[in-house]
Every structure is written in structure tokens, then in C-alpha cells.
Design a protein around this ligand. Structure first.
Ligand code: ADP
Ligand code: GLC
Length: 481
């Protein structure tokens, strides 16, 4: 049995700010249980819901040095859906209202978490063959593993994988502070290791020291070797391209299933969606105070409201996107500029535009089920899960051809009768608008074609079946098989 430990800063169903949580919470369920024992470690944030806290069992605790600091590390345990989860407990670090807070504080918080993950392993007597680290928050684990921990026989031979979910976020801070926090010697702070443009960089440390590096789609794996997408790490990623693999994310098809989803108004399947799906539209229109009409073209957005997701394009042509014959439903939080933009348009087009400026998982399911189309014109997109959710619910994604969006949405080709959605190439507001208008035209005027696109979208398979096998191959290779 090979033992794998996931180290992550978020994980469904306990704590989620974005797609990383979906991946960390669902992928472990899809490994071959005969061959792999996969467990997950994450912080025990104060904001994790009480219903989960009540199910956690105290396992052990100890004090740990983090440079000159001496900090409490508690380990809580819970089995959920066949997977063992460990929660690193420390009220000093994990009492914030949000998993991610202020820069300097996060730098210290996740240095603590990374060291605590490694320090906990002998205590719980779980010696992983591979530690699978996700994003910058766990970037110091491969570094610590080669540093102090290497002297302890327990840790010898443990391999690490670093998965990049978003290269934009790197955990960059000044060297002196990071040395003070981590206790790592100046040896590590050179440009071939943690140093980056004079500062220090957790993700860079992870990329340098991990035995394998992956990212969440094949296209993004190529893109990040170029200056535009590389966020200053393109040189390093090119140098490590031999160990860099793109593996597209999957979706938890049990949780995201229109035939069983407990949150939606009406269940439907690939064989009855033509009759049943629109009942979800009527339900959502009623709930949001939109004009009730199951024939109107309804377009949705569920997203962090940031520049990454292409909201400057939407801002540019928002007036035209809200044209007659379209209902536009937005769910998201983020940049106040975009929050206010959407609030304004809801006020301006009451009954036609609905802006839901908060985070709500249940409502997100209702939107994926109710809409006809889903808009995701990202500037860059490592993978994207929202478009996979849309495909699964027969809601046609309209995306920009970048990263994982390009790999998962096949553009409609009216001549060949192929495609699962709509896409455009250039980061240009009018190109996006034109594509939305083309989708809307197809919806209203080529209904049979539209319906066939929905059939194909719902048939596309983005369950974890294929991608989990690719991670298994990486683990096997690292274990010397
Ligand atoms: P990212 O991780 O970059 O934010 P993804 O598409 O990979 O983008 O994943 C986003 C996830 O977060 C999806 O599961 C999406 O449904 C969810 N999500 C984003 N904003 C909200 C919100 N306001 N309410 C509920 N779910 C949200
Ligand atoms: C990041 C990316 C997103 C990806 C998710 C899960 O948040 O922005 O594209 O789907 O991680 O890998």
C-alpha cells in the first residue's frame, strides 16, 4: 500500500474559497483504494462550520519550534466519505474570519502550517511515501523536507509533488522576514532556490525542491513557460519542464449531478433535460425576482470577481450583455469595483439582471442548473471548474480559449455539428460580446442545434476517472516503480 498525504489550505466540504478546495476534497476519493492510502491535512480554521467541528476527534498535540517561536500544534482527525482528514489546530494562527488574510500574517501562518504538517507525521504514525502539496501555502513543505527533517530517519525517502493551481499567487515576501519566520538558513535564499527578484518566494521553493511539479491543465502547463503567463517563474518552469506535467482537473460527479443534486428545484438527466431543466429556470426566476419566462435566454456567472476572470471585458460591454431577451444572473464576491458594477445593473434592469454579491454554495448549484449559458471569459485560467459544472448541468459555457478552458470546452462548429460550448480567442470585449450574441442567436433561432450541443455537453466526461490515474502514475514513478 502506498501512502499519500495531501497538504492543502482549503478543502471541501470543510472550507472553500475556490476550485482548490474542490480538487483537494474530491480527488482523494478517486484513487484506487487497494493500492493507495490517501489522507488529507489542512488547517483547523475557526470558520469551519460547527457541524464539522463536532465530528472532529482530538488525536494528539505537542509544541513545535518555528525559528525562535514555540507554538502549539494540535491534531484533530475525522473520517469523511472514506477519506481520513487531519486538521492542524492552533488558535493563534487559524482564528481569522477568512483562510487568507493579510500578506505578512499569511506568510507566517503557512510557514507554521507547513512545518506542523511534517512535525505531525511521526506523532500520528503516518509515514507517507509522497506528500502532495497544493499551491504556495504548502510550498515550504518540500523545502523543510530537505532541510532539518532530512536528518530524521522517519523522513528519509519521502518524496514530494508540488501542484500549481494558480501561479499568480506565490507567497512572496522579503527575505529577512522569511528567514526570521522559518528559521531557514541564508543558504536557501539564493536565486536558484527561494530568492526571487531580491525577495523570497514560497512557491518557488516548492517548485525547486519538489520531486515532481504538476499543474491543472495541459495548456496551462505550456502557457506558464512563457513570460505572459509565467508570473516571473517562466524561466524556472522551463528549466524544470522535464518534471512538469499538466493534468486536467476532474469534478466530483456524485456531488455535481443534476439527477440527484439536493439543492436544485428539479432533477434531470441527459434523456429528460429538454422537459425538466427549464423548471429550474422558473424556480430561480421566482426566487430571485426575475421575470418568469422559461423561454428567455438565461446566462450565469459564478465566480471570484477578479481581473483573472475577465470582468474588465464584461464591464466594458455590460450594457450590451444586458440586452432585451437576456436574463443575467451573477453570483460572486471580490473586487468592489465589480461588485458595484453588478449591483448597479441589477438596479437598472430589475427583473432582468440579478446580482448576488456573496458566497453561497447552494445558490451556485441552482444557477448551474437553471441557466442556458455560463460566461467565463478569463484572462488566464489554470483549469477552471465552473465550466465543468456547467457542462455537467447542460449549461453551455461561453469561454475564452485559455488554459483549462481551452482544454475542456470544445467550441460549437455549426458546419460539422460538433462542440460543447462557445469560445473566442482574443482578450477583447467585443469578441466576447460577439460570441455571446452568437450563442444567444443559436439558442433562439437554431433550437435543434442548441439542444444537440447540450446533449454533447452533458455527455462530456470530466469525472476524476482519467485524471486520478495520471496522478497515480506520478506517485508510482516517485515510489520507484
Ligand atoms: P477559482 O478556483 O480560480 O476561483 P474555479 O472555476 O476552479 O475557479 O473554481 C471556482 C469554484 O468556486 C467553483 O466551484 C464555483 O462554483 C465556486 N464559487 C465561486 N464563487 C462562488 C460564490 N460566490 N458562491 C458559491 N460558489 C462560488
Ligand atoms: C485555481 C485556478 C482554477 C483551478 C483551481 C483548481 O484557483 O484559478 O483555474 O480550477 O485552482 O485547480
Amino acid at each position: 500500500m502506498k501512502k499519500i498525504l495531501f497538504a492543502t489550505s482549503e478543502c471541501v466540504p470543510f472550507i472553500k474559497t475556490g476550485g482548490l478546495a474542490d480538487v483537494a476534497g474530491s480527488l482523494p476519493k478517486y484513487f484506487d483504494k487497494e493500492e493507495f492510502d490517501v489522507r488529507v491535512m489542512l488547517p483547523n480554521y475557526k470558520t469551519i462550520d460547527r457541524k464539522w467541528k463536532e465530528k472532529m476527534v482530538y488525536k494528539d498535540s505537542f509544541y513545535m519550534n518555528l525559528a525562535w517561536r514555540n507554538q502549539y500544534v494540535g491534531i484533530m482527525e475525522m473520517e469523511y466519505d472514506g477519506v481520513t482528514f487531519y486538521f492542524i489546530d492552533n488558535e493563534y494562527y487559524f482564528s481569522g474570519d477568512h483562510p487568507y488574510e493579510d500578506g505578512a500574517w499569511d506568510i507566517e501562518k503557512f510557514a507554521f502550517f507547513d512545518k506542523a504538517v511534517l512535525s505531525s507525521l511521526p506523532v500520528i504514525d503516518f509515514r507517507p511515501d509522497v506528500i502532495h502539496c497544493h499551491d504556495w501555502q504548502t510550498g515550504l513543505i518540500p523545502v523543510f523536507l530537505k532541510d532539518g527533517f532530512a536528518e530524521n530517519p522517519f523522513f528519509q525517502g519521502i518524496k514530494s509533488v508540488m501542484t500549481i493551481h494558480n501561479l499568480k499567487f506565490q507567497g512572496a515576501w522579503d527575505k529577512q522576514t522569511v528567514m526570521d519566520i522559518t528559521g531557514l538558513s541564508p543558504y536557501y535564499f539564493t536565486p536558484d532556490k527561494l530568492e526571487h527578484f531580491g525577495g523570497s518566494n514560497y512557491l518557488k521553493g516548492g517548485i525547486c525542491y519538489a520531486d515532481a511539479v504538476t499543474t491543472v491543465s495541459e495548456s496551462y502547463a505550456e502557457e506558464i513557460k512563457t513570460p505572459f503567463y509565467g508570473e516571473g517563474l517562466d524561466g524556472l518552469l522551463s528549466a524544470r519542464s522535464g518534471e512538469l506535467t499538466g493534468i486536467v482537473n476532474g469534478l466530483d460527479y456524485n456531488e455535481w449531478n443534476p439527477a440527484t443534486d439536493p439543492f436544485i428545484y428539479h432533477h434531470y438527466t441527459i434523456s429528460n433535460w429538454r422537459r425538466e431543466k427549464k423548471k429550474n429556470k422558473l424556480g430561480l426566476q421566482e426566487e430571485l425576482g426575475l421575470e418568469k419566462n422559461d423561454k428567455v435566454f438565461m446566462m450565469g456567472v459564478v465566480s471570484r470577481l477578479t481581473d483573472q476572470k475577465g470582468f474588465d471585458l464584461i464591464e466594458c460591454v455590460m450594457e450590451q450583455l444586458c440586452a432585451e431577451g437576456t436574463q443575467f444572473v451573477i453570483l460572486g464576491t471580490g473586487d468592489p469595483k465589480y461588485e458595484n458594477l453588478f449591483r448597479h445593473y441589477e438596479w437598472k434592469y430589475k427583473g432582468r439582471v440579478s446580482s448576488n454579491i456573496y458566497y453561497n454554495n447552494e445558490r451556485s448549484h441552482k444557477i448551474y442548473a437553471a441557466c442556458d449559458a455560463f460566461l467565463m471569459p478569463s484572462l488566464f485560467e489554470p483549469c477552471g471548474l465552473s465550466q465543468l459544472m456547467s457542462l455537467r448541468y447542460g449549461t453551455l459555457p461561453i469561454v475564452r480559449e485559455t488554459g483549462g478552458l481551452k482544454d475542456t470546452v470544445q467550441p460549437y462548429n455549426e458546419y460539422e455539428g460538433t462542440g460543447t460550448g462557445f469560445s473566442f480567442a482574443n482578450y477583447n470585449a467585443h469578441e466576447m460580446l460577439h460570441t455571446v450574441e452568437y450563442a444567444k442567436y443559436t439558442y433562439y433561432n437554431k433550437k435543434r442545434e442548441w439542444n444537440k450541443i447540450v446533449d454533447r455537453a452533458m455527455k462530456a466526461d470530466f469525472s476524476w476517472a482519467v485524471s486520478a490515474k495520471k496522478y497515480e502514475d506520478i506517485y508510482r514513478k516517485l515510489c520507484g516503480e
